[in-house]
Ligand binder design. Structure first.
Ligand code: ADP
Length: 213
């Protein structure tokens, strides 16, 4: 599981970790954006909360996660959780849902508040595959995704107000989870400041260390 502020690089690094360790990347934010883009009733409901920078209510999020985690589902071979849980209630519900295959490691990807603001201001995301770019590191051809050819845009919830609100909710609702996992000996803090490749190497190392412990 990856925890960290908005803009810490969770999305990018979780996708790379999942690729590297050949497990599934589970991002609640990506799921909601995909549903919203498809215009499903559920997706449009989630979008109202997202665009305002609010959390989608726990009942909805937990229901979605519970569906993914059914024992016969695709996650039996392992997963990287990105963006879930974000409240203590969600963390407890996760324990209930995955009782038979407990978590191995929780990583707090640490990036100070001053830095994430800059990163989010320049962030651009592929509408199709959710790959994350930055205005300083755009795709090779215009704003067309290098991976899937999708259109790369500013996220609707990356407005200044919504980002402020999400960061505030992170401190209020998500930071208490860090202690919850620290007490159980699951937590490792990884410095998320630096080049993407450098941060990725740090992450791979802590996962490898845990797998071979
Ligand atoms: P960020 O970490 O930058 O907020 P995400 O893509 O992880 O980006 O999430 C985008 C939005 O999706 C959140 O602001 C929130 O509205 C909703 N969301 C995602 N995961 C959760 C969750 N576990 N609980 C509640 N809302 C969530």
């Amino acid at each position: 599981m990856l925890l960290g502020r908005q803009g810490a690089g969770k999305g990018t690094q979780s996708a790379r970790l999942a690729d590297h360790f050949r497990v599934i990347h589970v991002s609640t934010g990506d799921m909601f954006r995909r549903q919203a883009a498809q215009g499903t009733a559920f997706g449009l409901e989630a979008k109202r909360y997202m665009d305002a920078g609010e959390l989608v209510p726990d009942e909805i999020v937990v229901g979605v996660i519970e569906e993914c985690m059914v024992p016969e589902g695709p996650l039996g071979g392992g997963f990287v959780l990105d963006g879930f849980p974000r409240t203590l209630h969600q963390a407890r519900e996760l324990d209930r849902v995955i009782a038979d295959s407990p978590l191995h490691l929780v990583i707090d990807l640490d990036v100070p508040r001053e830095i994430v603001f800059d990163r989010i201001a320049g962030r651009r995301v592929c509408e199709n595959c959710q790959r994350v770019y930055h205005v300083n590191m755009p795709p090779v051809h215009g704003w067309t995704c290098d991976t899937c050819g999708g259109e790369v845009n500013h996220r609707d919830d990356d407005t200044e107000e919504a980002v402020e609100r999400r960061l505030q909710l992170y401190e209020q609702e998500t930071v208490p989870i860090i202690d919850y996992y620290r007490k159980r000996g699951l937590l490792t803090v990884v410095d998320g400041v630096g080049e993407g490749d450098e941060v990725f190497e740090r992450l791979v190392k802590v996962v490898d260390d845990r797998l071979h412990a």
